[in-house]
Design a protein around this ligand. Structure first.
Ligand SMILES: *[C@@H]1O[C@H](CO)[C@@H](O)[C@H](O)[C@H]1NC(C)=O
Ligand SMILES: *[C@@H]1O[C@H](CO)[C@@H](O)[C@H](O)[C@H]1NC(C)=O
Ligand SMILES: *[C@@H]1O[C@H](CO)[C@@H](O)[C@H](O)[C@H]1NC(C)=O
Ligand SMILES: *[C@@H]1O[C@H](CO)[C@@H](O)[C@H](O)[C@H]1NC(C)=O
Ligand SMILES: *[C@@H]1O[C@H](CO)[C@@H](O)[C@H](O)[C@H]1NC(C)=O
Ligand SMILES: *[C@@H]1O[C@H](CO)[C@@H](O)[C@H](O)[C@H]1NC(C)=O
Ligand SMILES: *[C@@H]1O[C@H](CO)[C@@H](O)[C@H](O)[C@H]1NC(C)=O
Ligand SMILES: *[C@@H]1O[C@H](CO)[C@@H](O)[C@H](O)[C@H]1NC(C)=O
Ligand SMILES: *[C@@H]1O[C@H](CO)[C@@H](O)[C@H](O)[C@H]1NC(C)=O
Length: 409
């Protein structure tokens, strides 16, 4: 069955009797929220060509110019990185940079990563368009919960407060109808953490189900490259090494590292001539990278959803499989860490390894609430949203090969 029909079927199955659509809140993945910045810096910093001040907020993510031109990429990296404080274990923005996530509650900022609605920068747009055909109404029965995807759940307190209100408001707006949470990729870990910290009474009252698309329940080997060498996510004009400081600074990168619930100490994830690294060697890895804050960041985030605990709401766990997905990064002589590695592949959705996608399966027996799962053969991590390649910019991470357009609808 095609994915969108499947989502449609899930949404309508039990509400057909009650003439009331279950409202849906869309939660994006890594790189999937539009983000705005305002600058008022005391100096230009290392790059004299970057703006020092802006009159107002502007779209920093995704701003197509800053992704395709080398010069603005430097400015993006300089302004869009996080600054980690190793005493408070919290991140802040660089001096003089203010950040906001626009349009919380509305769908626009999760449908489109750019305010100009560039077709290549669509995210949940295709899904939302289809839902409208099924009778859904934007901002009423479809809502969006964008967030700062650079941060991990331990720093999303304000977001979770807003999300709780949004769920309650959406329930009330729709004649006391329980709400479906639909998330993609990293968004699923963000929602799992949220549900793990809500009391059962609240969940029973407000949540109808949790639809998970392509969730990296146990992290992904692919994410390791962002930290070690940087990842240009297949945008030719972006240099991986330039993107690396930004990717390292995002605590969600460390949050997405493979977890010891799904990988063991005999499996090499990063191979170099001098040393191999497994899931047990992250401390050593960060030391060898001279990125010692990484040790603390990983410690901060590694237990947030590990070991996985069931959300105790109805779950529909959907994912793609049957595609080559990095199992191990191999650095040849002199390549570690500043040159791009080769890779060995295993099964997965091109971004997330199959064992991690299937991490939800034990919940069938670990929670009372219904649990359903379905794997879609040959559907990639981003294709599962049915939209185009490369729109996830710096962080999406899809290979050009194997992308087949329009496979879902
Ligand atoms: C910009 O920063 C300067 C000093 O750092 C401050 O005096 C000024 O009020 C700030 N401007 C705005 C618009 O916030
Ligand atoms: C924290 O950061 C400071 C400044 O970068 C450094 O001198 C110190 O060693 C760090 N502490 C830890 C525990 O990493
Ligand atoms: C949805 O709400 C946002 C504000 O949250 C608004 O900007 C947007 O125009 C609304 N969209 C529709 C279709 O009503
Ligand atoms: C939470 O909602 C408030 C009020 O709408 C908004 O100003 C703030 O930016 C939101 N914060 C987050 C993290 O979503
Ligand atoms: C709201 O739900 C009640 C009880 O299920 C139903 O009688 C009523 O018609 C519904 N109202 C709307 C506007 O759908
Ligand atoms: C580690 O994982 C591999 C591959 O899944 C498996 O063959 C091996 O038995 C495991 N080793 C341990 C010690 O659990
Ligand atoms: C790293 O692992 C590979 C294969 O897993 C092995 O052949 C190699 O000897 C290991 N290298 C080191 C330095 O342990
Ligand atoms: C880390 O720092 C040491 C000492 O300054 C240096 O020899 C080494 O090359 C650095 N490693 C990396 C990966 O930058
Ligand atoms: C995966 O990679 C192997 C080796 O490169 C190739 O033979 C195979 O066709 C690929 N599989 C898919 C589904 O792309």
């Amino acid at each position: 069955m095609r994915l969108l029909y499947f989502v449609c079927w899930i949404l309508f199955e039990r509400s057909a009797h009650c003439k009331q659509l279950s409202p849906v809140i869309l939660v994006p993945g890594d790189g999937g929220s539009r983000i705005e910045a305002r600058l008022n810096k005391s100096s230009h910093g290392p790059y004299p060509f970057c703006d020092q001040r802006t009159k107002d907020f502007y779209v920093i993510w995704v701003n197509i110019a800053s992704v395709v031109h080398p010069v603005p990429t430097d400015c993006l990296v300089e302004n869009f990185r996080l600054v980690y404080n190793n005493k408070t274990h919290r991140t802040s923005y660089p001096e003089g940079v203010d950040i906001r996530v626009p349009g919380f509650g509305g769908t626009d900022s999760v449908e489109w990563l750019s305010d100009t609605h560039l077709p290549k920068l669509g995210y949940y747009h295709e899904l939302a368009e289809n839902m409208v055909k099924w009778g859904y109404v934007r901002n009423k029965t479809i809502r969006g919960a964008a967030y700062d995807f650079r941060r991990s759940p331990n720093e999303l307190e304000d977001y979770y407060t807003n999300l709780t209100k949004l769920v309650e408001e959406t329930y009330n707006m729709n004649n006391n109808t329980r709400v479906v949470l639909l998330a993609h990729s990293l968004g699923n870990l963000v929602i799992l953490y949220f549900l793990n910290h809500q009391n059962q009474e609240w969940k029973d009252k407000y949540i109808r189900s949790f639809i998970t698309l392509g969730a990296p329940w146990g992290g992904s080997v692919k994410a390791l490259r962002m930290i070690v060498s940087g990842d240009n996510v297949n945008i030719i004009t972006v240099t991986a090494l330039k993107a690396r400081p930004m990717q390292r600074s995002m605590t969600s990168s460390a949050f997405l590292m493979p977890t010891n619930q799904f990988w063991n100490k005999s499996e090499v994830l990063i191979q170099t001539p001098r040393r191999n690294y497994t899931v047990n060697d992250y401390q050593q890895l960060f030391k060898d990278l001279n990125f010692t804050d990484g040790i603390l960041i990983r410690e901060d985030v590694e237990g947030l959803v590990n070991p996985l605990r069931p959300p105790n709401v109805e779950v529909h766990c959907l994912y793609g499989k049957g595609l080559n997905t990095t199992a191990k990064w191999i650095y040849e002589d002199g390549a570690f860490p500043d040159k791009q590695p080769k890779h060995l592949d295993e099964d997965g959705d091109q971004t997330v390894n199959i064992r991690s996608l299937e991490g939800c399966l034990p919940w069938k027996h670990l929670q009372k609430q219904p649990f359903y799962s379905k794997a879609f053969q040959g559907i990639g991590h981003v294709d599962i949203l049915n939209h185009d390649i490369n729109h996830l910019g710096i962080r999406g991470g899809v290979d050009n090969k194997g992308i087949q357009r329009g496979r879902i609808v």
